[in-house]
Design a protein around this ligand. Sequence first.
Ligand SMILES: [Zn+2]
Length: 164
Amino acid sequence: MQTYHDILILNLTLCLLMESWFKRVIKLFCRSGGIFFMLAAGKNMGHYCRLCGRTRPNERFSGNGHRIHVCNDCAKMPKADREAIEQEEEIFGFMRQSHISDKNIARLRVLSAADNSRIADLASLVLDVAKVKPYKKRRLKVLARERRDLLEALERTGLIHVHQ
Ligand SMILES: [Zn+2]
């Protein structure tokens, strides 16, 4: 009986050891797979530029540009142009959100006074939309019923696409 018990214990220990070894191998496999995927992605898929929206090879980015996701061509752009692209993206972002907050509204007020007329127009439009319907849910329906003019302006500026 004693030997049988010993064998049982030995078996159990082996099982546990095997299990932890197996887990370690799986973990290592997953981790190296992840690294490999990241390397492959970095090499073949390049890097995304948040200003021109293109995915470009890594050579098209310098050190700092890499970090802030701006390609070398876009980094050469005049500051005002760069800011306008970023602000437009910011305004579209507010529309994409499920709710335009008071903080967003304060920011939209600042942007509606921008020198760039497109930015000023977009910001005041989203500001008006937020006053009628700050929540995204059923926004288009409410605008269709109460503010056709705003709905048409959303269509004209392309801001309506964030709802589709
Ligand atoms: Zn770019």
